[in-house]
Design a binder for this molecule. Structure first.
Ligand code: EPU
Length: 346
């Protein structure tokens, strides 16, 4: 297989078009993997040649180094299978390479509730559980049934139920103990036929008002349409301005730090969390520190949403991280808060 898999590989392949930050990055070998057989071929190739294997989904939440040794694969497998369906719900198994937004639109069209608030998030469904994608009051964990995949070292399959995935805010077992050890091949969701609405988010309520929809009879389509409108207005389209969505996580701080910040900056945007903790809006902190729309070293925090780093001049990850250090330092100096990067550094 080792030699026959080589025919699917490109040597010294530039991944710039395969990551939404448009960072230049050369993979020693690259293959687009769109079948289960090719995936097994890739695993065997990397094992027999004893080279590292790196997995890309939509490339919308990664920071790539200038060179990646070994084999890089992009998971492009497709497929949707309805495992069960009754009057109340449907359980559907998706192949990892399915585009996330297309998946949302497909479910919305079927009038299924659960992921409509997550419309227009870039990336694939296989990558969605890694950071437990979330937006407008909903996280993927609320409707995820299970995740299936393979161990990279020996092709052994695994199945994790929702509670095994150790989901938290922008976090899961796939970012922790299973990081770089597995490939996600399928994700199963259970979606509801009964309205289960999450419309408390102020920006969403405002947009629903603007769209003049009856809040008593909201369909998944109504909500997805409102989310799409907000995102299109506020977030840059990566195809036009390279970016990876929110570049930092919203920091979670204890009550003492929160009160200290609030005393000095009464307008601070914060959401109460369990155990007397507060989630601060990193976009607000970055905005207050003067970074919104400021171009430095050819890199910029977006003028409409300071949490989104944009890379209009296709800088390298090293250059981006130099800029990021400056932003983090200034936030620490002003607020004594440490910002953590959201994209995964490969
Ligand atoms: N804000 C500012 N200035 C800015 C940006 C934000 O003052 O430049 C303030 C806003 O006015 C608002 C608050 O900060 O009061 C929060 O902003 P927003 O509603 O835009 O949400 P966010 O906390 O910045 C999070 C997610 C987004 C998700 C939105 C909506 C994280 C890291 N980000 O952003 O997710 O779309 O909520 O739910 O949790 C992503 O992860 O890539 C992403 C886009």
């Amino acid at each position: 297989m080792t030699s026959s898999f080589l025919q699917y590989c490109h040597k010294n392949y530039n991944l710039q078009a395969l990551n939404t930050l448009a960072v230049p990055s050369i993979a020693e070998y690259f293959a687009d993997v769109n079948t289960d057989a090719l995936l097994l071929g890739a695993l065997q190739f990397s094992q027999e040649a004893d080279i590292p294997l790196t997995v890309l989904g939509g490339g919308s939440n990664v920071l790539l180094p200038e060179k990646i040794p070994g084999l890089v694969i992009k998971i492009s497998t497709t497929g949707r299978e309805i495992l069960s369906e009754d009057d109340n719900a449907a359980t559907i198994r998706f192949a990892a390479g399915e585009n996330w937004h297309d998946t949302v639109l497909w479910c919305v069209k079927k009038n299924l509730y659960g992921i409509e608030n997550l419309a227009l998030i870039p990336g694939t469904i296989g990558a969605a559980p890694i950071q437990n994608i979330g937006a407008y009051g909903v996280e993927l964990m609320s409707c995820l049934e299970r995740v299936e995949g393979l161990y990279i070292s020996n092709n052994t399959p695994f199945v994790l139920d929702n509670s095994d995935c150790l989901f938290a805010y922008r976090d899961s077992i796939f970012k922790q103990s299973m990081r770089n050890k597995v490939i996600i091949t399928h994700v199963t969701l259970t979606l509801s036929k009964e309205p289960k609405l999450h419309v408390e988010y102020p920006a969403l309520l405002e947009q629903l008002d603007k769209n003049k929809v009856d809040k008593g009879t909201l369909s998944p389509f109504d909500i997805a349409s409102a989310v799409i409108a907000i995102r299109q207005h506020k977030l840059p389209n990566p195809e036009q301005i390279p970016n990876a969505g929110s570049f930092f996580k919203n920091p979670i701080v204890g009550e003492v730090i929160y009160r200290k910040i609030r005393d000095e900056y009464p307008a601070v945007v914060a959401y109460p969390m369990p155990n007397n903790k507060y989630k601060l809006a990193a976009g607000w902190l970055i905005d207050q520190a003067g970074w919104r729309g400021k171009l430095l070293d050819n890199i910029c925090m977006h003028h409409n949403q300071a949490l989104v780093l944009t890379n209009p001049n296709h800088c390298t990850t090293k250059q981006l991280l130099g800029f990021v250090d400056k932003v983090r330092e200034s936030i620490f100096d002003k607020f004594h808060v440490n910002l953590e990067i959201e994209p995964i550094q490969l």
